[in-house]
Design a protein around this ligand. Sequence first.
Ligand SMILES: Nc1ncnc2c1ncn2[C@@H]1O[C@H](COP(=O)(O)OP(=O)(O)OP(=O)(O)O)[C@@H](O)[C@H]1O
Length: 562
Amino acid sequence: MGVMAMGTMLADLCRVLGLWRRRWPVLLLAVGVTVVSALAGLALMTLAGRAVSHEVAALSGAAAGGAGLLLLPWLRPLLIGRPGLRWGERMATHAAAFRALADTRVWFFSRLAERLPGGIGHGRAGDLLGRIVADVEALDGLYLRALVPLAAGAAVVVAAALILGAISPLLAVLVTLPLACALALPPLLAPIAARAAKGAAAAEGRLRDAVVDPLAGLEDTLANNAEATAILRVEAAAARLTAAQRGLARRNALAGAAGALLGQGALLGALGFGIAGGEGALWGAVLGAFLALAAAEPFAGLPRAGIAIATAGASARRLFLAADRPVPVPDPVATVAAPAGHALRIEGVRFAWAADRGEVFAGLDMEVPEGAHVALLGPSGAGKSSLIALLTKLAAPSAGRILIGGVDIAGLPAAAVRGKFAVLSQDARLFDDSIAANLRLAAPDADDAALFGALDRAGIGDLIRALPEGLQTRCGEGGARFSGGQVRRIALARALVCAAPILLLDEPAAGLDAAAELAFLATLETAAAGRTVLLLQHRLIGPFRPQKLFRLVAGRALPGLG
Ligand SMILES: Nc1ncnc2c1ncn2[C@@H]1O[C@H](COP(=O)(O)OP(=O)(O)OP(=O)(O)O)[C@@H](O)[C@H]1O
């Protein structure tokens, strides 16, 4: 692993710790409990070692018999308290880690929401899901499997060095040096395992994607007899993940063996001290051996800490890559006062989705006076949805201005601008929640009467009343519980219950059959009375009669039917 990559990994891990700042007190408290638990284990073994060495010395006549038994009152509270400390250590560290992870998930979700307002674009849904679930989860390894055991291990090494150093500095070195080397294993191993960890995290993302994509479009997968192809993709992704995990497991095994070797080195150090020092060194050798055994427990998981650091580093990179995309339309630093009115004016707007793509708008001018119903007609791909993106600040024009109530929206926060619009588009989505919850997305304080009022105006109130669970009926994912026309009407009710003064309708009836389309547009004409409406369609049909009409041609709005 290059120095640059190592620097990136360290910076990412430090940033993760920074994200957990709010949880530092509980995280540190839990580390404290673990250190106390490890030291209690050490104290237990020290006392046991002392008792044994007293009795052995008594057997050889070097000390009075029964002295070891005097230590029993000290041993008892440690014997009783240790299991409690072990329990407390587990509970405290896991509870603290879960809180930190929950915060990280909320942080990541809000960063995505800010950065992907136009949808995930070329991103992959399964992979993003993997980042917010598996990658965030892998971060717990940084705390639970690396920092906590390292802190406990360091405390044990220092305490053992002090205890043994009081007997003989040589003994302290012989026993604690191998243990100190074991402490250095994780930071040494992490860079070696980093590439495999990166491969495993990426492979896991690809596997999720291979599973989620065909399942999300299962009807099309089955209708095209494409299960076999989908299964092949899943198999290939699973094989890549297995290969990457095998690479990680190999390094894990190596680290485990190195850890065991160092643990035995500490034990051998104590024995060597005893053998070389003769009878006088017995007490030190027994104590050293007991301490080496006591250290085995906190040190057992230490070799794996290197893999945990590498895995957390790889996952952190994937999270930050997604979370650090630029915000498409950052809110202005200094905002202007929100306008009282809502007349819409578009002046000389130019816009392209990317520098290397053609302009969608090449000097767009149009006006929608307050209370007017205006239609903008354009063929597929002319830029109708792009205009909605500009109006709602999901994208920004490269030149020109958009004014609401005489105020340039560039100086307003996105939330203030979006508060002026209720949008109903051809792919209006219902979420897998109750009808009431779906409507209250637009008006959180609306009571049931207001919801039924909007549903009635959208022409679907009676149908909802007739449902056994009424407003509490769940819609299913994407509104699967209802037909296309019914979904559109519930979505229209959501737009109507919203207090926003301007209705933006983007092909609101597209995809419905001819009769349903006409019926829906008739409902729309009545329901939108009294509101400012901008209707974007490829052709004008049915009863919707705008007061003003524009055609979208070559990125400009031309008045009239032409
Ligand atoms: N989020 C986006 N990112 C990149 N390009 C986009 C995005 N949305 C639209 N485009 C591109 O902008 C151009 C105009 O598309 P837009 O969807 O605005 O047209 P439309 O009139 O709404 O078409 P349709 O009626 O088929 O929905 C197209 O070339 C399209 O590929």
